[in-house]
Design a protein around this ligand. Structure first.
Ligand code: SF4
Ligand SMILES: [Zn+2]
Length: 284
């Protein structure tokens, strides 16, 4: 995602040094400290997973128009909306930096962390990053609100679909099926709980409609694939620059029907401002 501005809750669109103490005109009521602001910008810049053309397990569970905007247009970053994703990225970086063999746990066979697997689903090339792969199988780490009443965790349907995609891609790449375990960290208390997940069939994954939206996982993948193909081939056939906006507008406003609790996906979307602009809705 190419971030060119901050979307400050107080000041609106602002330069990238807005939360820096060295800025010529720093924010008068900053909503985050300078180091966190700098880390967020670095995360966006260094993200090599969510880039143009990449159909990932996570992207198959959201709004394709959001992905198209993130991949092609400059974005004003709202710190509040990015916070949860940023925390997740930081945690995964910490995981990836751990030793690949865990002698203390007796796992002498070696462990791979932040492993990218690729394969084909319904004629689409899809990729996913697995948090931890050992001889016992896949482990994915999640965070959740509240506190644990026992060490058994509740798995959301979207998470079950996500790990089903991951395990299928891993099976294609490694040649055998793997056990899948989700470990949940509870924010409020620091407790852990886990759930072993039985992966869904590919047909079940294909037909699943994430967050109660209008489109299935397979349809979201096909929307993304068509967007990348049409935009790329038009660019290749033209000598002059081709703006991505007409291609983005072809994608449905799918986030409007997707729900996260009481909120719609649009209310949490990192690129809502850019999406609204394409629809002629002007926000300050
Ligand atoms: S604002 Fe809603 S419809 Fe627009 S890109 Fe974001 S999630 Fe999709
Ligand atoms: Zn400000």
């Amino acid at each position: 995602m190419r971030v060119t501005q901050w979307l400050c809750p107080l000041c609106g669109p602002s330069p990238l040094d807005h939360f820096s103490e060295d800025a010529k005109a720093p924010c008068l009521r900053p909503c985050l400290p300078p180091d966190d602001a700098a880390n967020m910008l670095r995360d966006c810049k260094e993200d090599t997973t969510h880039v143009f053309g990449a159909i990932t397990a996570t992207r198959l569970l959201g709004c394709a128009r959001k992905v198209a905007i993130e991949d092609t247009l400059p974005v004003a970053l709202d710190p509040a909306r990015y916070m949860a994703a940023h925390d997740g990225t930081e945690k995964h970086k910490a995981l990836a930096s751990q030793p690949q063999t865990s002698y203390l746990l007796g796992e002498l066979h070696g462990v791979q962390r932040e492993l990218t697997v690729r394969g084909e689903l319904w004629g689409l090339t899809v990729q996913a990053t697995i948090d931890r792969l050992g001889a016992q199988g896949i482990i994915e780490y999640k965070t959740t609100k509240g506190w644990a009443k026992s060490n058994e965790a509740k798995v959301w349907p979207e998470q079950q679909v996500q790990v089903s995609i991951q395990s299928e891609l891993a099976r294609q790449q490694l040649g055998h099926a793997l056990r899948v375990r989700l470990w949940y960290k509870f924010w409020s208390t620091g407790q852990w709980a886990y759930a072993d997940v039985e992966p869904l069939s590919l047909d079940e994954v294909a037909a699943f409609k994430p967050h109660g939206g209008d489109y299935t996982v397979r349809e979201i993948g096909e929307q993304l694939s068509a967007f990348y193909h049409d935009y790329e081939s038009t660019k290749a056939a033209n000598q002059t620059g081709v703006p991505p906006e007409p291609f983005i507008r072809r994608l449905p406003l799918a986030g409007r029907k997707m729900k996260f609790g009481k909120k719609s996906a649009c209310e949490m979307c990192l690129v809502q401002r850019e999406c609204d602009r394409l629809e002629g809705v002007v926000t300050l």
